[in-house]
Design a protein around this ligand. Structure first.
Ligand SMILES: Nc1ncnc2c1ncn2[C@@H]1O[C@H](COP(=O)(O)OP(=O)(O)OP(=O)(O)O)[C@@H](O)[C@H]1O
Ligand SMILES: [Mg+2]
Length: 624
């Protein structure tokens, strides 16, 4: 079983190499040419050294005088060979390096591009750590054997040349070569087979370790405040220990095989000397030939290792490639349609949900996904504001994801101006609707870049207008470098409310015709929130107003809406104006009152924190 999988690995590894060669044929040709040149010159150098010893040194020792002219000629020949060998090495190294790093760059791009094309459901199933290691260490591992590959190919050519030249010299010496070279090759193959499972395991553990590390840095706040540092460290330590053991077992195998690979050619040289001495006495070969062949075995030892390097890296390459392929071959991306909405139309858009049913993909594919939304039907008429209200887990965020097509419904339709969103082009969709998510995301970049995202037609004037609407112009103007201020990874240098307002400004800056706000102003003062919403409904800078779908909790926000949709357990339970729902739906009235109480308590806590920041509950928790 084990040997079958290793044979598999050899075959699959060679196919991965074949793919690399097909992708970079010209550079590969340059590298192999350099390597073959080097190999042939290695053989040539052995014969020149043989000639120097046999035809110059031995006679000189016998005669007691040196033939200066012949010696100079031999020196010149060796020098010429060395120079050409340098050229060969240069070509090989340069080609191999180019090829390896180009492939790595190309596949890193392909993998990260694929991440963006794959649906959210796929991302939910794959941890960030795995994605990071797919794009980094797996891509690197896949193309690791490319570095020694040209050397190995050149060495194969060299071995054929060496055996041929042995046969031209003497059949007995050739037999020694025929015994030693295949033995070297076989040893290399055994080596790589033994290595395969160890390398695959190490590669998997690398991904797991990076996953855990990523998670604990990401959740640093939770880990610290909950006093879970030791447990997190232990969790990480256990997996890091496994990786260490896996790598040590790789090293141990290397420790056993490397000396054997080193010794075999030396044994070959020894055999050549023994057989050669006999053949010399028989008069079958000359001293020159014996020295040449003995020297050949010595200089071959090193290049033959290149074949071992390639074979030893193949398992890791296959493991990395499989993990890269899993991303590249993943399906489920949501293709865009080809219907465009006229970009000249800047009036508010109409959003329609018609009998929408939705379920998240289950963690394990064979389980049925539980329905999260059912029979959801409502409209956001052009220019109107509709509030989504409902208890936690009711499906509000899911509805906003459907509205901007982060996910597609299982059945039913989501439409923009009457067109199914699945039929719209990417540009039309992005140009028409913008979502401000429940969890604001800020890039590690300037304020300006965070708002424009390099989109066309958004200059500083538009940026400031958007900031004004989001009530963020005040704090941005007060930043040390204004729009050029770097906001730090995930906006850590900003307060929660500032981050929310920045992401809001980002959405507004694109002048969407429909704005979807998922609890996007929760960290903002209620008065400011109401002012922001009022501004969006009727921009005072003459900009076009947008239709708004807003997930709302506060009475003041809800009261601004033209209509309220009340959802519970993924169903629309009631719809109407705020006063209507208050009067007719008991659950709704309870919820709004509960939110209001929570809000008041939060307000009080906030004041308390500001007065005595050092003794807030959190600090005490941390100190303990
Ligand atoms: N990625 C996901 N995979 C599986 N189930 C999910 C996923 N996201 C949400 N759910 C489930 O879908 C249901 C609706 O979640 P949703 O986030 O839409 O609720 P919500 O109304 O926005 O809640 P909240 O007020 O807490 O933000 C919940 O039962 C939740 O457990
Ligand atoms: Mg939500």
């Amino acid at each position: 079983m084990a040997s079958r999988t290793s044979r598999d690995v050899l075959g699959r590894g060679l196919r991965v190499l074949g793919r690399a060669i097909r992708e970079q044929p010209r550079i590969f040709a340059v590298a192999v040419t350099g390597s073959v040149l080097f190999g042939l010159l290695v053989i040539a150098s052995a014969y020149v050294v043989g000639a120097v010893v046999g035809d110059l040194v031995v006679p000189a020792v016998e005669r007691g005088s040196v033939a200066t002219g012949a010696l100079a000629l031999a020196a010149a020949a060796l020098f010429g060979i060395s120079v050409l060998r340098v050229v060969g090495i240069f070509g090989r190294r340069l080609g191999a390096g180019y090829m390896q790093y180009r492939l790595q760059a190309a596949y890193r791009r392909r993998v990260t591009r694929r991440y963006l094309d794959l649906p959210l459901a796929w991302h939910h199933r794959n941890s960030t750590g795995t994605l990071l290691s797919n794009a980094n260490s797996d891509v690197e591992a896949a193309w690791y054997p490319i570095a020694p590959l040209p050397f190995a190919v050149g060495t194969l050519v060299m071995l054929v040349g060496a055996v041929a030249s042995l046969f031209l010299t003497d059949w007995a010496l050739a037999l020694v070569g025929l015994a030693v070279f295949p033995a070297l090759f076989a040893l290399n193959v055994v080596y790589s087979r033994r290595m395969a499972p160890r390398q695959a395991r190490a590669q998997r553990l690398r991904a797991e370790v990076s996953g855990i590390a990523h998670e604990s840095f990401d959740g640093a706040l939770v880990v610290k405040t909950m006093g879970r540092e030791s447990q997190e460290t232990a969790r990480f330590g256990a997996r890091a220990g496994e990786l260490r053991d896996a790598l040590i077992s790789v090293g141990r195998l290397r420790g056993v095989f490397d000396p054997m690979l080193e010794t075999l050619p030396s044994l070959g040289t020894l055999a050549v000397l023994v057989v050669g001495a006999i053949r010399l006495r028989q008069g079958a070969i000359t001293v020159t030939e014996l020295v040449s062949v003995a020297f050949l075995f010595t200089v071959l030892a090193f290049p033959v290792r290149a074949i071992g390097w390639v074979l030893a890296e193949l398992p890791r390459s296959v493991a990395g490639w499989d993990r890269v392929r899993r991303v590249l071959d993943a399906t489920g991306e949501m293709p865009y349609g080809n219907v465009t909405l006229d970009p000249a139309v800047r009036t508010p858009a109409t959003l329609g949900f018609t009998d929408v049913h939705f379920a998240y993909e289950p963690a394990e594919a064979h389980l049925p996904g539980a329905e999260v939304l059912g029979e959801v039907t409502f409209t956001v008429p052009a220019g109107k504001t509709v509030a989504l209200v409902g208890p936690t887990g009711a499906g509000k965020s899911t509805i906003t994801s459907l509205a901007v097509r982060l996910v597609d419904p299982r059945t039913g339709r989501v439409t923009l101006d009457g067109v199914d969103v699945r039929d719209l082009t990417a540009a039309s969709l992005a140009g028409t609707v913008a979502l401000v998510a429940q969890v604001p995301f800020v890039f590690d970049d300037t304020v300006r870049a965070n708002i424009t995202l390099d989109r066309d037609g958004i200059g500083d004037d538009e940026v400031w207008a958007a900031l004004r609407l989001a009530e963020a112009d005040g704090f941005v103007a007060a930043l040390p470098d204004g729009l050029d201020t770097m906001v730090g990874e995930r906006g850590t240098s900003l307060s929660g409310g500032q981050r929310q307002r920045l992401t809001l400004a980002r959405a507004i800056a694109g002048r969407p015709r429909l704005l979807v706000l998922d609890d996007a102003t929760s960290a903002v003062d209620p008065r400011v929130e109401a002012a922001i919403l009022a501004g969006l409904r009727a921009p005072d800078d003459g900009g076009a107003p947008a239709s708004i779908l807003v997930v709302a909790y506060r009475r003041a926000t809800i009261a601004l809406a033209d209509e309220v949709i009340y959802v519970e357990h993924g169903r629309v339970v009631a719809r109407g104006t705020h006063p209507e729902l208050l009067a007719t739906v008991p659950g709704y009235a309870d919820l709004v009152t509960a939110y209001e109480q929570a809000e008041q308590e939060r307000e009080q806590n906030r004041t308390y924190d500001e007065v005595t920041p050092m003794t807030s509950g959190l600090e005490i928790e941390v100190d303990r």
